[in-house]
Design a protein around this ligand. Structure first.
Ligand SMILES: NC(=O)c1ccc[n+]([C@@H]2O[C@H](COP(=O)([O-])OP(=O)(O)OC[C@H]3O[C@@H](n4cnc5c(N)ncnc54)[C@H](O)[C@@H]3O)[C@@H](O)[C@H]2O)c1
Length: 344
């Protein structure tokens, strides 16, 4: 099935997913295989795992190259589309080697863009809402330039992703590479890592372990949470739409919750004795985050369809399967739906 129409399309050409062994990447690889594509995953296993790809191990249209994107991409890899998801997304993981994080976004993205230029392939960059920093505009539209600290501990990720976007649009303008940029907002779901330091995994794993749920600051900061299947649908639509979108496209769920509300939902869904504790806010932690997705709706006909009350139970099951048998986990989602009307 040849669904990424490019100037050199042929049925034998594949789709490269850099960072395909991670949380979003492995879900994307599965989706592309289900759609009939030939998929090559390139990953250095920094935060990804071969277990994430276990369902594809015997799939003849799937192959794995264990490699860092900072090293040159094998020149003979004939692909018609490249998804660049390579970059640790979890703050403790990307801050552990900040120089490598910055190089992954800059050098790695350049390698992949050069590869697309050589092969006439289409390119999608997994950018991030972090490029808006601690935003002074709300909700965030793509035209907002952001409020980012360029020298703080998160800068290796935030500024790396901003530089990668710059490269993307320079390759689009100057070298004719068909580039699409997804600005991804907080996404959750099965295959997140329990130790990734993000809010959904932190709260769910603490509740499952019967430990206090740690909230940084007063918990009134807001986030939007997009279920993984919705995000993958957004990636695929962004890559398949015929006309190159005019600029980056926000992908995320515009439903906005405070961290306190999220903690309450987790406590309602997991049978636990845990209670909430408050700790000081880390440096440069944004206060508000919510995507304006009107561009994605207009250009891709896309909007998320999974409310958080439907996305949290399979996510909790996933974490429960890692830490204790799933049957011990009890959900009370009906009670939660009643408690949070219109939750999405
Ligand atoms: N999950 C989210 O909520 C979210 C939000 C915004 C942006 N994103 C972006 O989406 C992409 C995927 O995120 P995720 O949540 O799946 O993270 P993840 O850490 O699970 O996946 C990243 C993958 O990239 C690989 N990788 C990292 N550095 C690499 C390198 N130098 N060379 C080759 N492979 C490398 C890792 O091993 C891993 O498999 C990332 O680029 C991230 O910045 C994710």
């Amino acid at each position: 099935m040849n669904t990424f129409r490019t100037r050199k399309s042929s049925s034998s050409r594949g789709v490269l997913v850099a960072g395909g062994a991670g949380f979003l990447g492995s879900n994307l690889c599965e989706r592309l295989i289900a759609d009939g594509e030939r998929v090559i995953c390139l990953d250095n296993m920094q935060t990804g795992t071969p277990e994430n790809l276990a369902s594809l191990a015997r799939e003849p249209r799937f192959s794995l190259i264990e490699q860092d994107v900072c090293d040159p991409i094998p020149a003979n890899l004939d692909v018609e589309a490249v998804f660049n998801l390579a970059c640790a997304a979890s703050p403790p993981r990307y801050q552990a080697d900040p120089v490598h994080t910055m190089m992954t976004s800059v050098v790695g993205t350049r390698h992949l863009l050069d590869h697309c230029e050589r092969h006439g392939a289409r390119f999608m960059q997994a950018s991030t809402s972090e490029i808006y920093g601690d935003p002074l505009e709300h909700p965030q539209r793509e035209g907002y330039f952001g409020n980012v600290n360029p020298t703080g501990p998160r800068a290796c990720y935030d500024e790396g992703k901003r530089a990668a976007e710059t490269l993307c649009f320079d390759y689009l303008r100057g070298r004719g590479v068909d580039v699409r940029v997804a600005r991804i907002f907080n996404t959750y779901g099965p295959r997140m890592r329990p130790d990734d330091g993000r809010i959904v995994s932190n709260l769910v794993c603490q509740a499952l372990a019967g430990e206090p749920l740690t909230i940084y600051g007063n918990g009134e900061q807001t986030r939007s949470f997009c279920y993984v299947d919705d995000m993958i649908e957004g990636f695929v639509r962004l890559m398949r739409v015929d006309e190159t979108p005019d600029g980056p496209v926000n992908l995320g769920n515009p439903g906005e919750f405070t961290i306190n509300e999220l903690a309450d939902m987790v406590l309602d869904l997991v049978e636990t004795t845990s209670r909430v504790v408050y700790e000081p806010l880390p440096k440069d932690d944004p206060q508000r985050r919510r995507p304006d997705i009107s561009r994605a709706e207009a250009v891709l006909g896309w909007r998320p369809t999974t409310p958080i009350v439907e996305g949290l139970p399979p996510t909790i099951d996933w974490f429960a399967s890692l830490v204790r048998p799933a049957r011990e986990t009890q959900h009370r989602s009906r009670a939660l739906s009643a408690a949070v009307p219109g939750a999405a």
